[in-house]
Design a protein around this ligand. Structure first.
Ligand code: N1C
Length: 260
């Protein structure tokens, strides 16, 4: 016979299994397709089955280190951006900050607000030679190889998004690191180079930091940025604390316009 203490322990383990471990395991094994279609349907306005089939042909059955950006041409073409030439926001090393910000400022457009950015944000996927399956774990990162399915997707989508940029563009960078502008980041190596005058009128860098900033707008990396920027695009940089930046997103007087 089991003692009362044993029953209590067994009960506790059962509750833990039901409430934490099993849901996590199920979530991890949820097929990518289901997440893709569910998010796509929530987004509305696109033929989600068509998008899925254009998307998965980019990497399914392929060596996960041999998926170049061009593999995603078909899915990018299947989800053209809606014409909208204002309030476009780019970022590097500030993803969480920007995601919180845009939740409150509906009119600001980031790649994660477009259908493919929305559907694939935070996901991992890859295929395998000779298989029709999609894996969501054990996929190579950029440290292993550059042409991995996730990295190539973001580089391809960022290219299309930056080609579409126009008007006054904002990029939110981090003042908490020594080199806020990284020429090897997606922002530095792809997006910045696609901004073209006169379509893009200006680029404003918003450098956001916690209390004791590591770098400011005089940081030498910004000279490299300006060298890369198409002549004719006006450049400016402004420093801001994280709390000011967050306040700015909830300023009811400025639901859309810039507050820097
Ligand atoms: O390499 P990064 O940032 O400079 O890329 C950010 C830049 C943004 O302006 C976006 O338009 O490129 C675009 N972008 C995404 O929208 C995006 N969502 C999620 C690029 N990458 C994106 N991700 C993932 O986050 C992706 O896996 C990539 O490697 C990181 C961003 O890295 P980073 O260095 O902070």
């Amino acid at each position: 016979m089991c003692s009362r203490r044993t029953w209590l322990i067994l009960g506790g383990v059962g509750v833990l299994l039901l409430s934490v471990i099993i849901p996590v395991a199920v979530k991890m094994t949820l097929p990518l397709k289901r997440t893709f279609i569910t998010r796509c349907e929530d987004y509305q306005g696109y033929d989600c089955q068509k998008l899925w089939s254009a998307f998965q042909q980019a990497y399914v059955g392929k060596d996960p280190c041999k998926v170049p950006m061009e593999a995603y041409d078909a899915v990018i073409a299947a989800a053209p951006f809606k014409p909208e030439c204002s309030n476009m926001m780019f970022w590097s090393k500030t993803k969480d900050l920007v995601q919180d910000f845009i939740k409150k400022r509906e009119c600001i457009l980031t790649l994660e607000k477009t259908v493919l950015g929305f559907v694939l944000d935070g996901l991992i996927w890859c295929g395998k030679e000779g298989s029709s399956e999609t894996s969501t774990s054990g996929c190579p990162s950029w440290r292993v190889c550059e042409n991995n399915p996730v990295g190539s997707f973001w580089r391809r989508a960022s290219t299309a998004f930056a080609d579409f940029a126009c008007g006054d563009v904002t990029a939110v960078l981090s003042g908490d690191i020594k080199k806020p502008f990284d020429p090897d980041s997606v922002f530095g190596s792809i997006e910045l180079k696609r901004f073209k005058s006169p379509r893009v009128r200006s680029l404003k860098i918003v450098l956001v930091s916690r209390k004791n900033a590591e770098s400011n707008c005089m940081n030498p990396s910004f000279q490299d940025l300006q060298k890369e920027l198409d002549a004719g695009i006006a450049y400016s940089c402004t420093e801001m604390t994280e709390s000011k930046f967050n306040e700015c997103s909830s300023d009811p007087k400025k639901p859309c316009g810039p507050c820097w």
